[in-house]
Design a protein around this ligand. Structure first.
Ligand SMILES: [Zn+2]
Length: 241
């Protein structure tokens, strides 16, 4: 699963960021943008940061387009601005488009994959919500609302059928991280360390404290405690062994 980074889509830097923890994340909230499918994350960000909203950043944690491309919004652990009273507990994902044919199987597949990933990162089953389940709004439209209430089935899958290969695809795309690394992937690791009872500061910098916590989790998981997050350590952090 490829997540298009903020730098790849040309995001403006946030004015401020407030982080939450995986233990606070309980819900996965689906939205739609109710605009044309040609709308870009940058246009949505400009609107959210502009005079009519005045927010610190794009409101959503992630966005998905009709081709199934996933864009990072605020990311996993930054508190969003998408559902009043549920921004700390809820990860907000917006499908770019209007109700109806814009809600493609590719878009639903991507939202489902993101949901599975979020549950693995958080170490729990997140509640599936449509925006309208939390407050009075038409969002996310009839199609997505019905799909969320049906349990967000992967398009083409039969209930109770074999699991999709989302985790296989996910594991293939994960980077190897070592001391000295920095950025969003390091923040993800730091968030996971907290969820695995080895909390460290979530600052996106892979220093000695992060390496020591990684080594502790590696020992617990029975893999070499070299402090490097590679193909054997990600499954321990994600609890998919
Ligand atoms: Zn919404």
């Amino acid at each position: 699963m490829k997540i298009i980074s903020r730098s790849e889509w040309g995001a403006r830097p946030p004015r401020t960021r407030t982080l939450t923890t995986w233990s606070a994340r309980r819900e996965f909230v689906v939205h739609h943008s109710e605009g044309p499918i040609t709308q870009t994350p940058r246009q949505i960000q400009d609107f959210h940061m502009g005079p009519s909203r005045g927010w610190s950043d794009i409101g959503y944690n992630f966005l998905v387009d009709h081709r199934g491309r996933i864009y990072q919004g605020r990311g996993w652990l930054v508190i969003g601005a998408h559902a009043t009273g549920h921004n700390t507990s809820g990860i907000g994902v917006c499908v770019i488009g209007r109700d109806g044919p814009d809600i493609t199987p590719a878009a639903r597949t991507a939202v489902r994959a993101l949901y599975q990933y979020a549950c693995e990162l958080g170490g729990r089953t997140l509640a599936k919500r449509g925006h309208g389940d939390l407050m009075s709004t038409d969002c996310p439209g009839d199609t997505l609302r019905a799909w969320v209430h049906a349990g967000m089935p992967a398009p083409g899958s039969t209930p109770g059928g074999p699991p999709t290969s989302w985790m296989e695809a996910l594991m293939r795309d994960l980077p190897t991280l070592r001391p000295g690394a920095s950025g969003e992937d390091v923040e993800t690791v730091q968030g996971l360390l907290g969820a695995r009872s080895h909390p460290v500061a979530i600052d996106g910098r892979y220093g000695d404290a992060t390496a020591a916590a990684v080594a502790a989790v590696q020992r617990w998981g029975g893999v070499t405690d070299d402090g490097v997050v590679g193909p054997k350590t990600w499954p321990v952090l994600l609890r998919v062994q």
